[in-house]
Design a protein. Sequence first.
Length: 267
Amino acid sequence: MGKTIALVGNPNSGKTTLFNHLTGSTQRVGNWPGVTVEQKAGTLLHDGKTQVIDLPGIYSLSPYTIEEIVTRDYLTLDAPDLIINIVDASNLERNLYLTTQLMELHLPIVVVLNMMDIVEKRGDQLDVAGLSRAFGLPFVMISALKESGLEELFKAIAEPISVAEPITYSIVVESILDTIEEILAPLVPKKLRCYYSIKLFERDRQTAGKLAIPEEDQAVMEGLLSRYEKELDDDSEAILINERYKFVTKITRQVLVKNSEKASFSV
Ligand code: BGO
């Protein structure tokens, strides 16, 4: 059987435009089973055999919208061979937040920086090698609208790509995640343990409901989480959201030089 690539990105990041270039007239449109969310699939024009699935546009993997549920269920249950994470490079910081979550799924990822024509028109400068180093992922610059960078993208996805590593959280968060992962060891396959431990840290009820965690282990997790929440005076989900944003903000500041900032700097 051929490989499967999943296209994942924020709404309006250019997913449909890229999907059209990748699959042309091979597209099939239907609905995801049981929900009225459109499902688009096609075959990669470049090799005529790889399946490309266009997943609903989302801002995070938290299950608040039906689109987020469809996308995260597909990524965790069907496990595509590769994620193409399409990022609106003209709105970098917000879009890269989703990338940090995708890195927790133990899947290979290529990040596509779309809308580079806008970045260039603004005169902003983006250090793509720096982004790639900081995230530990391949990044490719394209403009889906202008059809530039597509050959580089085809080359990148033809290369072997290793599984993404999650970002490193603060010491306390990492140590709580380690304990949750140990609790999950008999219940969840190794490659999904990181993702599940993060979901349990976030007190994601849907995930907790799927796992038969013994009561004494639930009490251990609850004790660790509530103590840390009290210490930081914040809920556990917000603690992780803050840490992800801090990571993304720090890197964005390092790799993006805005033309407007250059101008104000020289005044
Ligand atoms: C409209 N560069 C630029 N400049 N625009 C792009 C690029 C790019 O690289 N890629 C996509 N767009 P979708 P999702 C539109 O539709 O693919 C544009 O939600 C308009 N429409 O053309 O739909 C793309 O699937 C009227 O813009 O994204 C589209 O992820 C005026 O980004 C929009 C201006 O792309 C979203 C734009 C009637």
